[in-house]
Design a protein around this ligand. Sequence first.
Ligand code: ADP
Ligand code: MG
Length: 593
Amino acid sequence: PPPLEKYEYQAEVSRLMDLIVNSLYSNKEVFLRELISNASDALDKLRYLGVTEPELLKDAVDLDIRIQTDKDNGIITITDSGIGMTQQDLVDCLGTIAQSGTAKFLKAMKDSKDAGGDSNLIGQFGVGFYSAFLVSDRVVVETKSPKSDKQYVWEGEANASSYTIREETNPEKLLPRGTRLTLYLKHDDKGFAHPERIQKLVKNYSQFVSFPIYTWQEKGYTKEVEVDEDPAETNKDKQDETAEKKKKTKTVVERYWDWELTNETQPIWLRNPKEVTTEEYNEFYKKTFNEYLDPLASSHFTTEGEVEFRSILYVPAVAPMGKDDLINPKTKNIRLYVKRVFISDDFDGELFPRYLSFVKGVVDSNDLPLNVSREILQESRIVRIMRKRLVRKAFDMILGISMSENRADYEKFWENFGKYLKMGCIDDRENHKPLAPLLRFFSSQSEDEMISLDEYVENMKPEQKDIYFIAADSVASARNTPFLEKLLEKDLEVLYLVDPIDEIAVQNLKSYKEKNFVDISKEDLDLGEKNEEKEKVMKEEFGQTCDWIKKRLGDKVASVQISNRLSSSPCVLVSAKFGWSANMERLMKAQTV
Ligand code: ADP
Ligand code: MG
């Protein structure tokens, strides 16, 4: 046999490996994602190089990834038919931690003049391979590069400071091309060596890798087999001796093992939106987010330029069940993929504002590292840009529902998610512009159907400068307030803010289309009808009465004034310009008691 050559790692690998195993990955099941990513990268590289060097592809094996498990011995093998590694590659790539062959390859591709193909290489970090040791005691890598006529075997153990490389001489073990990883699982991790377990992980993390992933799976089919009846039994109460000998059939299950396709090779978001049907979007939504109702709307888009990503966003048909989760929304609404590999859905508002947590979707970026963490997201300029675009698209999508022919669609939306948008008015000043047109309110002229601010503005009187509102606890009590009298008489429309959060939202907005929101219950309401002459007369006539009332009421009121805002009621209680409205006071009281 050829000599076994021994190499030293080029860094304090055993310690680094420990670091990786224990801190870089919080969840050990990601080993499969990393190894599949490497296999996918290797296939991508082969496909890319094959364009200019077709002889690399001469061993006509399909480009795919195959995973086989041996549960009795706790072994997983992952085989790809990709670019493989030469002996030198093995030393460079698997012998030097944080030395990413993929990054090198990308650089070479950039440097080469005729590079042009878009590449979806996942790697670039140079540690993914070692995640195999999260679950393995020993890892064997058999690999055959189409550039070399020899096959090599790399072997390493967890926490060891050296590894071995030898040439493969057993003809039965030769691969046509590519790499086979064999993981000898740690005692406690042998549970990974089950086809079902692997399939679940593939579906969760690598569902949309663009090469087929097969798992070796036991299958069964049923077949009918004829069985002769027991003659003793047949003859027991036989009456017709001449009857043909009866045949009985029995159903048996034939078992066999075969490869089963485990992923979908073309993620829906990579397809051309023009070629995807609504049914397909809806199916994807229901499958991905475990929903049973079709979404109310969806939006599929690609952004280019500074940051490149693809995304599909959805507005669900109904709000999530259970207790109001506005304050503490479940933010697992956006699934982030990097180069088609699922990264996480737990970014708690980094990628998407919390108040939009009802919007669900997938985002796939080529510009983020595969090991992106929440900390990285928080600081990333790329993420800030992504977030901005996603939010804009979400508003566009909601605006689309509001412009639907069918008014009921938006009513349904508003009923389910209106309070989230009002929350946005408070939370997100930067987005007041797209938020405000989406709001809906009851008004003095439309008590059954809610109106938009645009509808209000359109209905304004030519001399009217402000948007009037009154906050109350119901439409009925808003309608009965004496503050309305003068405005109704002048045919001015007044918004009824009947949801406790309405008033705070409107106060945050301050104005819409340069028209201020004005609370008609505040003391300085100016309806633009100052008549100084008349006011003087009134003051002379009723000044003493006011003083007298103030004296009687004492500290219960701040002041008593003559008003021109009433037409039939004798008096009205108003709140001070800078004080809380009566509604707010009610709310505050409710909170403190
Ligand atoms: P990264 O994928 O970030 O480059 P890894 O530690 O995952 O880092 O892998 C290191 C290198 O090993 C890869 O860049 C690649 O060159 C090589 N490699 C790993 N797995 C394979 C494989 N299945 N086929 C070919 N090369 C591989
Ligand atoms: Mg990798």
